[in-house]
Structures are given as C-alpha cells and as structure tokens.
Design a protein around this ligand. Structure first.
Ligand code: WTA
Length: 586
C-alpha cells in the first residue's frame, strides 16, 4: 500500500497502516518512570542531558556514527561523529571552567546555524551551567532584555553578530566574556578590541583545551536551558527547563518521529527557538541519530536539493515554510527524488488541511501536525504516523499526557465546545519556573492544570482542534512575537507618540504584525516614514518582528484607565463583533 492509497477521500481521513493497534497497545498504561532506564543516570536522582545526548553513545557502536551533517550557506559539507561532539563539548566545558564559569550561571549562544552550536550548548550543560540561545535576527533591544534580565555571564557569538552586541554591552554589567567564533583565528586589529567584556578567541581556546572532561553530576531537576519567549504582556519571560526534559525529548522523537538508526533527520527550526533545541539538538542526539544542520536561508529549490542530496528520511518543518513551498508550485517538486522521505511533520502554527493535501501530492506523504510550546519542552498533542489524520486537527495527546479543554472555572467542557487548552501538570519536559518570576509562573496554573494560552476544542474521538490564542501573542512565520515588545520599540521612534500592535491573519505567514500608530506633532504619515519605522524596529527588535502593515490614527481606543484596547483594534480590522466596549474611554 502506498501513502497515496491511505487517503480516504469521503471521510477526509488517512487510513493508518495496520500496526496502529500494536503501537497504541505498546503505550497503554504508559508511565514516564518506565523509560528512565533508557537513559544513563549517575544515580537515581542525577543525570546530565549532554552526557545522555553525546557521551553515552561513545561507549557503543555509535561512537563513530555521524551525529551532525553540516551544510553551510555556501554549500560546504562537514560531518561530525558522536566522538567528535564529545571531544568538542568537553573542550568547551574546559574553556568555561578555565574562565571560571560556574554551575547555574547563564551562557548565551548568539550564533547562526553552525556546528559550534552543538559544542557550546552541550559543553555548557556538561559543567552544569545554563545554556540559552538567541535568534540570530535579534536586534539590540531584544538582546538587552534577555541578557540583562538573566544576568548573562557569557555570550558566544560571531564577529559579525558581535556588532549588535557591541552597542549594548555597557548596559550589561554582568556580561564578563564574549567568545568569538570564527573560521579564522580572530585578528588582533579589527576594531574588536574590548576590555569589558573580555573577548575570547574560540578557536585558540579550543585548540589549547583538553578533550577530556568529567561531566558534572547534575541533579535531573537542575536547570539545563533557559529560553526567553514572548507573552501578551510585558517583556519576554525566561522559561527554565531541567536536565530531565531530555527524557521526554528523547522518547517523543523516538515514538512520534519514528527514527530508525540509519535515518537522516532534518529539523528546519533554528536553535534560537525551542524546536531547534528540543528536536534539533537534544531529542535526536539522545536517540543516537544523524541530524542535518542546514545553515542557509529558506528557498524552495535549495530546500528540495537539500532534502534530495542528503536523502533525508524524516523532516520536521513548519506551516509557513510549507505554504511557501506550495506557492512555488508542484512543477518544481517534480524535478526531485523524494523517495527516501519516510515521514514529514509540522509544528508551530495551525497546519491547513490544504497543506496536508498538497504534501500528499508533492511528497506522497501527509504532514503530521504536532502541537506544543516553549513552555512544554516537547511535543504533547500529535498525529503520530500510525494514527488516522483528521485534516485540520492537531491530533491526540501523547501517552503520559492528559490534555483537556476547560471553561473559565477550570471545568472540562463537553465534546466540540471551545475552551482553554490545558495540560495536567507533571510531565518531564514541563518548564520548571520562569526565571526570577515564580509568581507569574504560578499564575499559569489552575489547580493541577497548566493553562496553555491556546483556545481549542476536543471532538468525540478525542482529537484536539486548534482555535486560536486566548491572548494577544502573535505567530508570524511560526515565530512568536509579543505585541508589547514591538510597541515598546515603536514608541522609541522619534515620530511615534503611541502604538498598538496586533497579529493580522495572513495566507502565507499565518499572521503578520500590524501596527496602529499615532504620530507626534509635526509628523505626517508618508511612505518614507513607514520605511524608516520598519527599519527602526528591525534594528532594535528583530528582523522578523517588524510591522508589515501600519495604520496611522488620530487616536487609539483606550479603556478609561488608559489601557490601549488591542482587542477592539483587532475586531475592527477583521470586521468582527466589537464585544464589550463598556470600558471604552468615550
Ligand atoms: C502555536 C513552538 C496550532 C500555539 C513549538 C502555541 C500551534 C504556540 C501548533 C507555541 C500547532 C504550536 N497548531 N498552533 N500544531 N504548534 N502552535 O512557544 O499557539 O514558539 O501556544 O513553540 O504556537 O509557540 P512556541
């Protein structure tokens, strides 16, 4: 039977292969404790995620297996074995130790998708320090918020990206070291002179460091990585994950992505986002798999060539990318051989039924949707390969996960009724706290339920359907943006008096950022000003987080207490009912 035969057109459902029953059976009565033994523990409470991702495999036949295939933007290909990763992360752990970085201190990676990400991320975990990543499109304000709030001790970056850091380093008193990664030894004179923070030449230090290191015996509950993510109010919050998270990243990657030892797996997400960490580093390495790390940008033909050249078997990508591929047309697809692809997956935004149908035509495979969040650490609601797909549904909770749709009082609603998507607390990769904000963390729960911030419904077959966000968080091209962050940068622009930002539905990008702006006296709207505002936001916040659309207003709708009513702006923009406007100013 081919995948094409699996479409049951009348029911809009894919009929699963016969092994679904076995799969479900294997997971019946599932208990996270039962898989502890699949990882290596120092004792019953202590384990280290980097040890489990890498070192563990060097004691087996996987020692010389390729862990990472790196393809640079210019097409250069490099391969790193598990032994290479062990030695390189050990070396970096020695560099950190030599510089006096201690357990629990924050080391940030501000790097493009290059192999050094693996050595530095894993080396940081090996000494028990906390690794964090910064998307390489971030601008000055985004960097300052994250590095400042977490009191980062070190940033690992490239000479090119360092330029963005250089202008804010004086506002970061805790930042002691900047490690510069470059393909060449860093020349002394290149304007890269700095006494505080101290600049460290990565290549030189790595050459000198020993490849032997004894991994710190971290407690499974010790923090391993910290990821800043945007909410609807305030600055980004620091989601803290424990070493223990790797247990679930390992197991979900194994069961949902169905990895086989000989597979080449490509996760297109950047390590600046949670997908790039959970399923671009930890999950696949913990399984002893081979990861493709592709540095280049999105381009349909180059992506197809990449899939073909590396004979990718398992591919994890995102709806915006799929929609962009769809836009490039089916003719292009025909030039390539995708017979090696076994499974294809999607995450980050709602996966349109149309995208699944197109996937069947293009790759002879359905995209399997997976739902999760930075906060949840790994995939929780999924369409695993052996499960019938209901087009447009996110699938069902992974074994060991209890998901529900709740009403305002935290009671479960009936089938097909919309409510808050919630998960019963207690899964291994659940965030452990918000960095220095335990109060805000506690507010995310109602009793035993973690309230995800998503609205959903569950049908009578137990499938979950995504409806939208309960808050104002924007997903543009799959990347999470907080309206407050954009607004804060907008009002720094000399022409802008006030700003409110919403996510506006967009066929290609899921949502685009639209800004409603009032100008200061003396300024009038014009195309040059719009361009200047876009440039300003890109430079200060991030290249992806600028408003693609702007509306200039005389005034913004506010509550009597002076709060801008984004909800009202959005309703008006989309032609939806305005809802309760009784608190409106006038
Ligand atoms: C959205 C990404 C619909 C959702 C791993 C969630 C999705 C937010 C899906 C988390 C999906 C993620 N269908 N929406 N399959 N997956 N989302 O933290 O709103 O970048 O709350 O994590 O993305 O985004 P984050």
């Amino acid at each position: 039977m081919t995948s094409t035969d699996l479409i049951q057109k009348d029911k809009k459902t894919f009929v699963p292969p016969a092994y679904l029953d076995d799969y479900e059976h294997a997971l019946k009565g599932f208990d996270w404790n039962s898989i502890h033994k699949e990882l290596e523990w120092f004792d019953k409470d202590h384990m280290n995620a980097a040890h489990n991702a890498v070192d563990r495999h060097t004691k087996t036949a996987n020692r010389n297996k390729v862990a990472v295939i790196y393809e640079s933007s210019s097409g250069k290909i490099e391969k790193y074995t598990y032994l290479d990763l062990k030695h390189q992360s050990n070396k970096f752990a020695n560099v950190l130790t030599k510089l006096g970085i201690k357990k629990g201190e924050r080391v940030f990676l501000f790097l493009p998708r290059i192999p050094e990400v693996y050595a530095t991320f894993l080396g940081t975990l090996k000494i028990g320090a906390i690794a964090s990543t910064l998307f390489s499109a971030f601008g000055e304000d985004a960097l300052l918020d994250r590095l400042g709030h977490s009191k980062a001790k070190m940033v690992v970056t490239t000479p090119d990206l360092f330029k963005r850091l250089a202008s804010i380093k004086d506002k970061l008193p805790d930042l002691t070291y900047v490690v510069l990664v470059s393909t060449d030894l860093i020349p002394q004179k290149e304007g890269l002179v700095s006494s505080v923070p101290i600049l460290i030449d990565y290549k030189k230090e790595m050459l000198e460091a020993s490849k032997n290191f004894t991994v710190v015996k971290t407690h499974a509950e010790d923090p391993a990585f910290l990821l800043y993510t945007s909410g609807s109010t305030g600055k980004p919050k620091g989601v803290v994950h424990a070493h223990m998270a790797i247990l679930q990243q390992y197991y979900t990657h194994k069961m949902i992505h169905d990895v086989h030892p000989e597979d080449v797996y490509w996760c297109t997400a950047d390590h600046g986002w949670v997908t790039g960490i959970s399923y671009g580093i930890l999950g696949p390495l913990a399984n002893g798999g081979t990861i493709l790390q592709y540095e280049g940008r999105f381009d349909p033909e180059i992506w197809y060539e990449t899939l073909e050249r590396h004979e990718v078997n398992i591919w994890y990508t995102a709806p915006t990318a799929i929609r962009m591929l769809m836009k490039a047309g089916l003719e292009v697809v025909k030039k390539y051989d995708f017979s090696h692809l076994r499974h294809i997956y999607s995450v980050g935004e709602p996966l349109n039924p149309e995208a699944i149908r197109w996937g069947m035509q293009a790759f002879k495979k359905p995209f399997h949707d997976t739902w999760w969040q930075t906060e949840t650490g790994s995939m929780l609601i999924v369409n695993y390969p052996t499960m019938p797909i209901k087009l447009g549904s996110m699938g069902k909770p992974f074994p060991g996960i209890t998901a529900a749709v709740l009403d305002h009082d935290g009671k479960e609603v009936s089938a097909d009724v919309e409510g808050d998507l919630a998960i019963k607390r207690g899964w291994p990769s659940m965030m452990r706290t918000l960095w220095h904000d335990e109060e805000r963390y506690k507010k995310l729960f109602k009793g035993d339920w973690y309230i995800t911030g998503d609205r959903a419904r569950k049908d009578s077959d137990g499938y979950f359907w995504y409806i939208g966000r309960a808050d104002d968080v924007i997903k543009t091209s799959g990347e999470r943006v907080g309206p407050f962050e954009v607004e804060s940068v907008l009002v720094e622009h000399p022409a802008i008096a006030e700003a409110a930002v919403i996510g506006k539905p967009d066929e290609l990008r899921g949502e685009i950022i639209k800004a409603f702006i009032t100008l200061r006296a003396g300024f009038t709207p014009n195309p040059d000003l719009e361009e200047d505002i876009k440039k300003f936001v890109k430079q200060h916040l991030a290249a992806h987080a600028y408003p693609r659309e702007m509306a200039f207003m005389d005034k913004l709708p506010k509550t009597r207490s002076g709060k801008i009513m984004r909800r009202l702006l959005k309703a008006r923009e989309l032609g939806l009912p305005e809802g309760d406007t009784s608190t409106l100013e006038d």
